[in-house]
Write a protein that binds this ligand. Structure first.
Ligand SMILES: [Zn+2]
Length: 271
């Protein structure tokens, strides 16, 4: 009887902890960020309204929508976005891209909020309107064949670098070298303007992690989880750098030959 009571109390405590941690706990198991991208058959994109509707509601695409909503919640829980900021896109065809909606908090999206668009930004399916920042993602997905997903956010530490004249140093922390490589800096352009898409996409052809001046960041990856990891690692790196710079004693650089070893690990990982 006593044991049952203790067990019941432990269950109640666990339930309370779950509720408290709900904001932080993923509801969906993350996909392997180094796993395969979503693959489609070239030249076989859904075209008719019936084909598009069936494709949009297929189990494979629904699973990606669920994943995008979960990532949105994680991005929001980490304070990487505010208001309706931030966007996620996932390429699912020659000319088909899943995209987060406009004017919806990334922390509270439902799978039915996700839109399907083509590379011109035309909306093909979904009840919500696609984000205007989709054009920047589309340009990245067009120009970088390895980019199958993009995540754009305004994480405070990386954005602090985006609004200062401080460029994140290279060769300081192994994880940043391996997962981010050389961080790109894209000059400021007005949100939604074609120049923004052009400037960020040009930078993304050379860099997987892009700091957008006076705005935020955009990272691309094999899948949405992969792209998100880059955002998370970029912000953590900028956070640590910012603290170290405040200590005022300079940064200890990793020796160039050791940096080259890290670059080899990165090259092997992104194959
Ligand atoms: Zn933005």
């Amino acid at each position: 009887m006593e044991t049952q009571t203790i067990e019941a109390r432990l269950n109640a405590i666990e339930a309370k902890l779950d509720a408290l941690l709900e904001k932080k706990t993923p509801k969906v198991a993350p996909v392997n960020p180094f796993g395969k991208s979503y693959e489609w058959e070239a030249g076989k994109d859904a075209k008719t309204p019936e084909e598009i509707e069936a494709f949009f509601n297929s189990p494979e695409i629904t699973a990606i929508k669920v994943q995008m909503c979960d990532l949105g919640r994680r991005i929001w829980a980490k304070d990487f976005v505010d208001g309706n900021g931030g966007n996620i896109t996932v390429r699912v065809g020659d000319n088909l891209v899943l995209c987060t909606p406009t004017l919806v908090s990334k922390g509270f999206m439902k799978p039915e909020d996700i839109c399907l668009i083509d590379f011109e930004g035309n909306q093909l399916a979904g009840t919500q309107r696609r984000t205007s920042e989709a054009m920047t993602h589309l340009e990245v997905l067009k120009r970088v064949p390895n980019a199958r997903a993009c995540v754009h956010a305004h994480p405070p530490h990386a954005t602090a670098f985006a609004i200062s004249n401080e460029v994140p140093a290279k060769g300081i922390i192994p994880e940043a070298e391996i997962f981010l490589g050389n961080i790109g800096i894209a000059e400021y352009q007005t949100p939604g303007a074609p120049e923004l898409a052009d400037t960020v996409a040009e930078c993304a052809t050379q860099h997987q992690a892009v700091i957008m001046k006076n705005h935020g960041v955009l990272c691309w990856g094999k899948n949405a989880e992969d792209a998100y990891w880059r955002v998370e690692i970029l912000d953590a790196y900028c956070h640590t750098l910012a603290i170290a710079l405040q200590l005022g004693r300079g940064l200890c650089e990793i020796k160039p030959e050791k940096v080259r070893e890290l670059e080899k690990i990165r090259a092997a990982l992104i194959k």
